[in-house]
Design a protein around this ligand. Structure first.
Ligand SMILES: *[C@@H]1O[C@H](CO)[C@@H](O)[C@H](O)[C@H]1NC(C)=O
Length: 422
């Protein structure tokens, strides 16, 4: 284990079996298959159980995302997490059938905890695509889902109270006065003057707090793709959105083509990250369309992410792409991304970590990387070394028996031995 406070470089991580076969992180492909953003292992197991029994892709996605909602994966899926400025938790969810191109979605849904089931009701029992807010709740309850339910938890209320005490910082406002308290806010022009109002606003600069708002524990969305035994593709997402969002905010979660997209003819895509930015690029639509033009999943994923990074170099996000053969690959930017996979070749869910995760090709402190690995509950061998070559030598000379006991291997290089990325 690397000592704490030691800046390290994430050099590479491969699942052991891929290393042995000399493959990259991408898998050879097979279906049925379940793929999900993040190490939401229980959700993938639930979806796998359904699809393995012969349920169709749509049913399996609903099973998987429901499991995540019940477990409140990371506190950012299902009830009880991500309070908005008023302390309320709301739900965004999407379901898409790649066989028929039908979509059902709910956005900013209040008082109903079953996001993906509500999305399914919209898809299967209406001619619409999306319902929002209170009206989505009324529909969901009228169609048999439990509610009205208080979606707050003691944790979400506690988090919200602390945020209020901290003058409602950080928040998603910009170009407003007052900058440093809870409002009400007024628009300010770019010179920092209040628009149309002569009173002296706060002269403090606007704190760009976006980076402190957007992180792996704020924007986790489950975005899941399934290919069933018949080769049909479906995707679904569920999230309670960004913490401390402005009430009414809808992110990428319920937007088809942004957080997820599926087409039987091509494959599927799931996305997670800074949804406010990502939804401007429809990255999952892009991934699927690139694959349709013949790009392999790895390149399609990378291309979609780099289009966003070019315009928003500070964004954080990731996509995972699967083609209809079941070949999958992830691409990420600005953070350490993992996705989970289960297919007939695997005994259990595998968590894949992008080898170049993080800003500057993997520059991350050990403190930021370690919790992610423990969260994934994967048994990782860590090699602290001076060079990637040495890490490889260590791997080669390690007995198969020992290597087989790990889910992955992480090689970290001490900061002092590497020049900082420009
Ligand atoms: C909802 O639940 C939270 C946390 O348990 C509680 O603090 C809050 O008062 C409840 N709201 C209502 C309207 O009952």
């Amino acid at each position: 284990m690397a000592p704490t406070n030691m800046p390290v470089r994430l050099v590479f991580l491969l699942t052991f079996s891929s290393l042995v076969r000399g493959q990259g992180v991408e898998d050879s492909g097979k279906y049925p298959i379940v793929v999900s953003t993040w190490p939401f292992v229980e959700a993938v197991r639930a979806a796998w159980k359904a699809v393995d029994k012969g349920f169709d892709a749509v049913e399996a996605v609903v099973e998987g995302c429901s499991a995540c909602e019940e477990l409140r994966c990371d506190g950012t899926v299902g009830p009880g997490g991500s309070p908005d400025e008023n302390g309320e938790t709301t739900i965004d969810a999407l379901l898409m059938n790649g066989a028929t191109m039908e979509v059902g979605a709910v956005a900013a849904m209040r008082y109903v905890k079953d996001g993906i089931k509500a999305a399914k009701l919209v898809m299967q029992h209406t001619k619409h695509t999306m319902l929002v807010g209170d009206r989505a709740s009324v529909f969901a309850i009228s169609m048999g889902l439990p509610g009205p339910t208080n979606l707050s938890s003691s944790e979400s209320m506690e988090k919200w109270k602390k945020w209020k005490e901290n003058h409602c910082q950080p928040n998603f406002r910009k170009n407003v006065a007052p900058v440093d308290s809870c409002g009400p806010y007024e628009p300010k022009d770019s010179m920092g003057h209040n628009v149309g109002i002569c009173s002296a606003g706060s002269s403090m600069g606007i704190v760009d707090s976006r980076t402190s708002l957007v992180g792996p524990h704020n924007h986790d969305t489950i975005s899941m793709a399934v290919i069933d035994k018949m080769g049909h593709v479906a995707v679904g997402t569920s999230t309670n959105g960004a913490t401390f969002k402005i009430p009414g905010r809808v992110g990428d979660g319920p937007i088809a083509g942004s957080s997820a997209y599926a087409d039987d003819e091509v494959g599927a895509c799931g996305a997670t990250g800074d949804g406010d930015i990502m939804m401007r690029f429809l990255p999952c639509y892009q991934v699927v369309e690139s694959m349709r033009q013949g790009m392999e999943p790895k390149l399609a994923a990378r291309d979609a992410i780099s289009r966003i990074a070019k315009k928003f170099p500070d964004f954080m996000g990731a996509v995972v792409a699967i083609n209809k053969k079941g070949e999958h690959a992830g691409a990420c930017y600005g953070w350490t991304f993992q996705y989970s996979v289960r297919n007939p070749d695997m005994d259990d869910v595998k968590v894949f970590v992008h080898p170049l995760s993080g800003k500057g090709n993997g520059w991350r402190t050990w403190e930021t990387v370690a919790p992610i690995f423990s969260r994934a509950k994967i048994n990782t061998k860590v090699i602290v070394t001076q060079s990637a070559g040495h890490a490889f030598d260590v791997m080669i000379s390690t007995k198969d028996e020992e290597l087989n006991s790990y889910d992955g291997v992480l090689a970290v290089t001490q900061h002092s031995s590497i020049r900082s990325p420009a």
